[in-house]
Design a binder for this molecule. Structure first.
Ligand SMILES: Cc1cc2nc3c(=O)[nH]c(=O)nc-3n(C[C@H](O)[C@H](O)[C@H](O)COP(=O)(O)O)c2cc1C
Length: 213
């Protein structure tokens, strides 16, 4: 059985372009591979714990090799539980809106919680840093309101901190098989939005076919 984890990062559930494209991908993936378990983490409808003083103390106690107090251990176990969804998955689908050149704060919150030594990466003086999410495939649906082509007034080279950030994070935590579909110009008029979604949906379905071959 394949386990597909979908991390939903848009608060809007009806009109979200990233979700629409991700859902098309997932539906086709499931058609192609019926024995797929789908798990959804909706970052806007779950209580993400604060990364507070206790969590920081637990983190630094771990880094310094100091025993954790019971309260610190509880805080640490909460982070481990959250990250367990990532470890469990074979395919990680992320639907990611672009907000102010970057990612929504809920996704950054999630990343700050789970990206910990001995949870998502290891460190060894000889081997250095190593991501622990190995043998996984990531599929990321990026949605953007504006045009990010080279000739636009917001070219990706200067205004995109969304895709490079997610790709750097995935690489850091060990995911090397990474695919993406971009749906952009979603706020440039109804027709432009519609056509961008259509094109991205076709690409997502084709991607699902190629991954299930
Ligand atoms: C808080 C916020 C900030 C945004 N900032 C940008 C931006 O910097 N550049 C851009 O092209 N679009 C921006 N947008 C538009 C979104 O990227 C666009 O609506 C996208 O379709 C959102 O993804 P979704 O449809 O999956 O929710 C922003 C939207 C919101 C709500």
């Amino acid at each position: 059985m394949t386990t597909l984890l979908h991390i939903e990062c848009s608060p809007r559930k009806q009109r979200s372009a990233s979700l629409e494209v991700a859902r098309s991908f997932i539906a086709r993936y499931q058609d192609n591979t019926p024995d797929t378990e789908i798990i959804t983490l909706d970052l806007w409808n779950m209580a993400l714990p604060e990364f507070d003083e206790l969590a920081m103390e637990a983190k630094y106690a771990g880094l310094n090799g100091t025993p954790l107090t019971t309260a610190q251990q509880d805080a640490w176990d909460t982070l481990k539980d959250l990250a367990s969804h990532l470890h469990r998955s074979d395919v990680l689908v992320m639907s990611v809106p672009l907000w102010n050149f970057s990612i929504p704060y809920k996704l950054k919150h999630f990343i700050d919680l789970v990206s910990q030594k001995d949870i998502l990466f290891s460190f060894d003086p000889e081997r250095g840093l190593e991501g622990m999410l190995i043998n996984k495939t990531a599929v990321v649906m990026y949605a953007r309101g504006l045009d990010f082509s080279a000739q636009s007034s917001t070219p990706a080279t200067r205004f995109d901190f969304q895709k490079p950030y997610i790709e750097a994070w995935l690489e850091f935590v060990g995911v090397t098989d990474v695919h993406s579909v971009i749906v952009e110009k979603t706020i440039m008029g109804e027709d432009v939005d519609h056509s961008a979604r259509e094109t991205a949906t076709q690409l997502a379905r084709r991607l699902a076919d190629s991954l299930c071959r």
